[in-house]
Design a protein around this ligand. Sequence first.
Ligand SMILES: Nc1ncnc2c1ncn2[C@@H]1O[C@H](COP(=O)(O)OP(=O)(O)OP(=O)(O)O)[C@@H](O)[C@H]1O
Length: 244
Amino acid sequence: MLELQGLSVTRRNRPVLDRVSLSVAAGELVGLIGPNGAGKSTLMEAALGLIPFSGASNLAAMAATDRARAAAYLPQSREIAWPVSVEDLIALGRIPWPGGGRGPADRAAIDAAIARMHLQDFRTRTALRLSGGEQTRALIARALAQETPLLIADEPIAGLDPAQQLACLRLFRALATEGRGLLVSIHDLGMAARFCTRLVLLDKGQVLADGAPDQVLTDDLLRRAFGITARRIDTPDGPAILPI
Ligand SMILES: Nc1ncnc2c1ncn2[C@@H]1O[C@H](COP(=O)(O)OP(=O)(O)OP(=O)(O)O)[C@@H](O)[C@H]1O
């Protein structure tokens, strides 16, 4: 679903992404982890063809409408430009499809996205007047309503309360089980370990590790990338990771 080959990005004459190759297949929930400034958002923007890059991205090579039907994107900045209702905001995710947001198939997709993000009580509220976490959930719902095989989400759980973080990652895991592909940047290493099927560790614009969570969250790699050590506690619900 996503195939990146030797992706490089230079900004202000400085390399911020250096020959990154990465793929996301159906059924995978791939967590993109790495320190601030590692290049996670840059990788997503380049993969989608939103910024100039060298190398190859199957998504960036597509025509705009095909790309919008192939991949939905939650950017890191949760920008809502107009005082639209939550329902209308979510309907914007239907623009690439024939009904453009107003057909019966659109209605079903919008209702499903609202239900999946538990936004029934917010439907008619003005999106700009929601709290930060509520806005994030509405924007995730907009991406879900796009009904794309691939979802690219930049820090989707940032700013969500613990229950909403769990609900969001459980939903993402269920989407992967349904056969979608997801690429999700995330700073919570414990949540990444519990929910992601694979982790890609980015550091200084390069892929430092790519594999199963326990192969990536090693003492050595955590020290090299983040300069931390971490306590690992295995629980019946999965590993808990405490950076120290
Ligand atoms: N428009 C820009 N102009 C110049 N440099 C930029 C620009 N956008 C990002 N950068 C630089 O590129 C590098 C990678 O930024 P990026 O936003 O991809 O990091 P990130 O891994 O997503 O970080 P974070 O975890 O803080 O969100 C950073 O050093 C950043 O300062």
